[in-house]
Design a binder for this molecule. Structure first.
Ligand code: NDP
Length: 249
């Protein structure tokens, strides 16, 4: 890592939005710490982009402490992206364990990594913290109770953090994507059922792709540091609202 390059941590860098974000930030000149549980994937990515792989389960406080130790005293950019959805059951039928897991990765994972790395962001003198929430952090929909509850938690935490860090040299941004077609998000949500995952995007003309969100993250991070983009909602044209998706089939 060159002494002059800026440093970034991207959680959930082993696939989808996180992987694309790591690539985009590396192209923008950042040394990227690629963080996820699947070591083989982040090591391959880190080799490709000249970054550093750090295997870490963001829900495990001990592993997050080790991540902070690996990063060192200064950090320019933290992208809390690790997260996801489990299941599409209605509130009355949902398995509480799925809700716990969603809260754990989306909210507690973001909390632990933030707590561990904010001191390094402050120490940089010009830190940036970006949380990837979701339009599910602002709206609700049938079958989305557990995920929307967790992502509303991320939205609330992000706004609170901006208030609490006021006066320190760290800006705080929430990016709320709508429908992004990534390889694993819907597959994981739907228990590995590829046909059901494909149906989520059926007939939708050009859902967002991971690179679209990566581009937005990089744009936010590369504004002059006094510019704090508080919140950005990003959807494909075909999706006018969570419920309003134009399909050709
Ligand atoms: P993916 O399923 O492709 O990526 C999720 C990433 O999170 C993976 O890299 C996974 O890596 C990592 N991850 C999951 N659990 C943990 C954990 N406990 N510790 C560390 N890393 C973890 O999803 P997307 O790229 O589509 O989504 C990325 C983010 O964007 C998520 O927060 C998601 O909720 C949000 N989002 C996605 C949308 C979409 O339509 N796709 C829309 C709006 C928001 P590994 O398994 O290797 O640990």
């Amino acid at each position: 890592m060159s002494s002059r390059s800026k440093s970034a941590v991207v959680t959930g860098a082993s696939s989808g939005i996180g992987e694309a974000t790591a690539r985009s930030l590396a192209e923008a000149g950042y040394h990227v710490f690629c963080v996820a549980r699947r070591t083989d994937r982040i090591e391959a990515l880190a080799t490709e982009i000249g970054g550093t792989a750090v295997t870490c389960d963001v829900t495990d406080a001990g592993q997050v402490d080790a991540l902070a130790a690996a990063i060192g005293e200064r950090l320019d950019l933290l992208v809390n992206n690790a997260g996801g959805a489990i299941g599409v059951e209605q509130v009355t039928d949902a398995d509480p364990e799925g809700w716990r897991r969603m809260y754990d990765v989306n909210v507690i994972g973001t909390l632990l990594v933030t707590q561990a790395l904010v001191p390094a962001l402050v120490a940089s003198g010009a830190g940036t913290l970006i949380n990837i929430s979701s339009t599910a952090g602002h709206d609700v929909y049938e079958g989305g109770g557990g995920y929307t509850a967790a992502k509303h938690g991320v939205t609330a935490m992000t706004g609170t953090l901006r208030l609490e860090l006021n006066g320190l040299p760290v800006r705080v941004t929430e990016i709320a994507p709508g429908m992004v077609r990534t390889e694993e998000f819907s597959l994981n949500r739907l228990g590995g059922d590829q046909a059901a995952a494909d149906d989520v995007y059926a007939g939708v003309d050009e859902p967002l792709v991971a690179a679209d969100i990566a581009d937005v993250v990089t744009w936010v991070a590369t504004r002059p540091h006094h510019v704090n983009i508080d919140s950005l909602t990003v959807r494909p044209i075909a999706q006018a609202a969570v419920h309003k998706v134009h399909r050709t089939t």
